[in-house]
Design a binder for this molecule. Sequence first.
Ligand code: SF4
Length: 67
Amino acid sequence: MMKVHVDQDRCQGHGRCYLAAPELFAADDLGNGREIGAGPVPAGLEHQAQLAVANCPEGAVAMEETS
Ligand code: SF4
């Protein structure tokens, strides 16, 4: 299972993650991105997760495999 995570110390609120993958990310009250729930990437959404990682200008979005 893959998971996504937003590093809140790096996020500057550009919003690209939740525009690219609204199934996986949402904006908080400041417009910063956050993974939804614990960040699981359901089957079929891997491409959107990779897009979010690639398009975050702050390098704040990470994707990792969990056991
Ligand atoms: S794209 Fe990056 S900087 Fe922008 S809201 Fe998402 S995590 Fe934050």
